[in-house]
Design a protein around this ligand. Structure first.
Ligand code: GLC
Ligand code: CA
Length: 541
C-alpha cells in the first residue's frame, strides 16, 4: 500500500497507557491497546521519542539513540511491539531527533571532557551570535569552562549537532539502519529543516536568526544523502519531516519523488491562525479566512507541483483543535467530524493524534503548578515579566500550552481515566465526560474516523486525486474539489456554528453523497447545517 492510502496515528507514549502502574505510559501499554488501534483502522503508529533521555523536553532531548528508555520498557518489549503490530497490519514509525542531542549524551560529555573528535560534533564558537532559542532566551550557552559557547536552537539542554561534520552524518545514518533492521517502517524527522546552518554563523538582522538556519539548500542535500545512504534502500519505508516555518517552495522540494528526500512534510502555518500578530503567547479567536487561504494555497501548490503533505490538526505540541476551531460547547461531535473530514478527504497523508478519535479537549488547570512543559513554564514567566497578571498569564498558557495535548489518554470514566492505577505524571483532563468507553458505547466520532479511513482505501480519488479549492472566499465554508480522470469529489465543510449556503457545480446534481454527518439532499443551492460536512462524488460531463 502506498503512503498515499495510509493513515498514521500518533502516540505520545508517556500518556497513552500505563501497564505497570508507575504513572507513566509504556510500550507494554501500547501493545495492550493494539486491538483498539486496529479497530480504528490505522496503518502506522508514530511514537514520540522512546529513547533514554533526561526528559527536559519530554524525550526530544535524546541521550542515547540506540536504546529504549527503561521507563518505557526494554528492547525486547519494543521488538515485541513491532512484531505484534505487524500481525494487525500496523507499522511502527519512530521519531528521529537529529537536530540536537541531550547534553547528557555521550558525545556531548566527551566533547566537554576535551575530546577534539566530539567537539567537532557540536557547533562551538568563541563569541555567541544574537540568535534566539525557540524556547526563549539566547540560542547560545557557555560550553563548560572552555570560554566557548555551544548552539542550542531549543532548550539549553538540547545541543545542536554539527551536520557539516561528515562523521556526524555517518553516525545518524547508522542510527537509522539500526532501527530499520528492527523492522521499523516509518521515520518522523524532528525539526529536520533547521539542520543546515549557514557556514558563517553571523548576527541576524532580525535579531532572531531563523533565516540563518531554516530551509537552507544544504538541508536538502543532507536529507537526500540520508535517503540514499539509508532509508531509501527500503521501498516501503514512510518518512515525514517536521518543518519549522517552511515555505511551499521548499515543501515541494522536500517531497517531490524524483528528488529522493522525504515522503511528506508537516508544516504549521494553518496552526498559527490564532496567534495575534504572529505571537503564539496570546489568546485570540482564529481567523477563518486566513485558515482557508493557507489550506487552499498549500493544497493547490503541492498538488500542482507534485509535493505531498502530511495532514493534521493535532500533535503533542498543539492545543486540541476542537478548542481552537470549534464551538465545542455547542456541537463537539459534529465539530470533530468536520475537522476530520477536512483532513481525511484531502490530498495528503492524514495523521490522527491520540484522543482525537474520541473528541478529547484541553484540560483546565487551576494554577501554573499543574503544567509540566518547559516551553509553557518559560512563556508563563515571560508573560508575567511583560506585565500580565498571573490570571492573564495563566489564561494565555492554558489556551496554547503543549501540555493540552500531552494529558493522559481517556480510556474510561473512572480512576484517572483508566490510564494508570498509580499517580499520573500529568494531571488528566475531563475523563468523566469523554472517554473511549463512552464513545464506543455510542460511536459517533470514532465511527466517523473509521469510515473516513475506509473511504481513503476504497476510493483512489481520495488517495490520489488532485486538489483545487472551491469558492475560496466563502465566509463559513471550506470547500475543495478532488479530481481523478473524469471523476470528481466535492467536499464542503461548514466550520461555523450557523448554517451556510453554497452553489455546487451542475454535474453534482447527478452525483451521489459519499459522506455526510447530517441530513442532506443534493441541490444546486446546497444548505449546510452548523458543523456539517458533505462529500459528493460525481462525473465531469
Ligand atoms: C519538535 C518537537 C517538539 C520538540 C522540538 C525540539 O518541534 O515536536 O516536541 O520540543 O522539536 O526537539
Ligand atoms: Ca509505566
Amino acid at each position: 500500500m502506498s503512503f498515499k492510502q495510509k493513515v498514521v496515528y500518533q502516540i505520545y507514549p508517556k500518556s497513552f497507557y500505563d501497564e505497570n502502574g508507575d504513572g507513566i505510559g509504556d510500550l507494554a501499554g501500547i501493545i495492550k491497546k493494539l486491538p483498539y488501534l486496529a479497530e480504528l483502522g490505522v496503518d502506522m503508529l508514530w511514537l514520540s521519542p522512546i529513547y533514554p533521555s533526561p526528559q527536559k523536553d519530554n524525550g526530544y532531548d535524546v541521550s542515547d539513540y540506540l536504546a529504549i528508555d527503561p521507563r518505557f520498557g526494554t528492547m525486547a518489549t519494543f521488538e515485541k511491539l513491532v512484531a505484534q503490530a505487524k500481525t494487525f497490519g500496523i507499522g511502527i514509525m519512530l521519531d528521529m531527533v537529529f537536530n540536537h542531542v541531550s547534553i547528557e549524551h555521550e558525545w556531548f560529555q566527551r566533547a566537554l571532557a576535551g575530546e577534539k573528535k566530539y567537539q567537532d560534533y557540536f557547533i562551538l564558537r568563541e563569541e555567541p551570535t544574537n540568535w534566539q532559542s525557540k524556547f526563549g532566551g539566547s540560542a547560545w550557552a557557555p560550553f563548560g569552562q572552555t570560554g566557548k559557547w555551544y548552539l542550542h536552537l531549543y532548550d539549553v539542554t538540547q545541543a545542536d549537532l554539527n551536520w557539516r561534520n561528515p562523521a556526524v552524518r555517518k553516525e545518524l545514518q547508522q542510527v537509522l539502519d539500526f532501527w530499520l533492521d528492527k523492522g521499523v517502517e516509518g521515520l518522523r524527522f524532528d525539526v529536520i529543516n533547521v539542520i543546515g546552518k549557514d557556514a558563517q554563523l553571523k548576527d541576524a538582522a532580525d535579531g532572531i536568526g531563523k533565516a540563518e538556519y531554516t530551509d537552507r539548500p544544504i538541508a536538502h542535500e543532507y536529507i537526500h544523502e540520508l535517503n540514499r545512504a539509508s532509508f531509501g534502500k527500503h521501498e516501503t519505508v514512510v518518512t515525514v519531516g517536521e518543518m519549522s516555518s517552511t515555505t511551499i517552495e521548499n515543501g515541494v522540494l522536500y517531497t517531490q519523488e524524483s528528488r529522493e528526500e522525504l515522503s511528506m512534510i508537516f508544516n504549521f502555518h494553518h496552526l498559527k491562525v490564532d496567534y495575534a500578530e504572529g505571537n503564539k503567547w496570546t489568546k485570540s479567536m482564529f481567523d477563518f479566512h486566513q485558515l482557508t487561504a493557507i489550506l487552499h494555497e498549500w493544497g493547490e501548490k503541492m498538488s500542482d507541483q507534485g509535493g505531498w503533505n502530511a495532514l493534521f490538526w493535532n500533535n503533542h505540541d498543539q492545543p486540541r483543535a476542537l478548542n481552537r476551531f470549534v464551538d465545542w460547547q455547542k456541537d463537539r461531535v459534529a465539530g470533530a467530524q468536520v475537522l476530520a473530514a477536512i483532513i481525511h478527504l484531502n490530498r495528503g497523508t492524514p495523521f490522527i493524534y491520540m484522543g482525537e478519535e474520541i473528541g478529547m479537549l484541553n484540560p483546565t488547570y487551576a494554577t501554573i503548578d499543574f503544567f509540566d512543559d518547559v516551553e509553557t513554564k518559560n512563556a508563563y514567566q515571560m508573560l508575567l515579566q511583560e506585565g500580565n497578571s498571573p490570571s492573564e498569564a495563566l489564561a494565555i498558557v492554558q489556551s496554547k500550552s503543549r501540555d493540552n495535548a500531552r494529558i493522559p489518554m481517556q480510556w474510561q470514566a473512572t480512576d484517572n481515566g483508566g490510564f494508570t492505577t498509580g499517580t499520573p505524571w500529568l494531571k488528566p483532563g475531563d475523563y468523566q465526560h469523554i472517554s473511549v468507553e463512552k464513545e464506543l458505547a455510542n460511536p459517533q466520532i470514532f465511527s466517523f474516523y473509521q469510515q473516513l479511513i475506509r473511504l481513503r482505501k476504497a476510493y483512489p480519488i481520495i488517495a490520489e486525486g488532485s486538489y483545487e479549492g472551491y469558492e475560496k472566499d466563502h465566509d463559513q465554508l471550506m470547500a475543495f474539489i478532488r479530481k481523478l480522470g473524469q471523476e470528481r469529489l466535492l467536499v464542503v465543510n461548514n466550520l461555523s456554528p450557523s448554517s451556510a449556503q453554497i452553489t455546487v457545480p451542475n454535474d453534482c446534481l447527478n452525483g451521489q453523497v459519499l459522506l455526510s454527518n447530517k441530513k442532506i439532499a443534493i441541490k444546486k443551492q446546497l444548505t449546510l447545517e452548523p458543523y456539517h460536512t458533505v462529500a459528493i462524488l460525481y462525473k465531469q460531463e
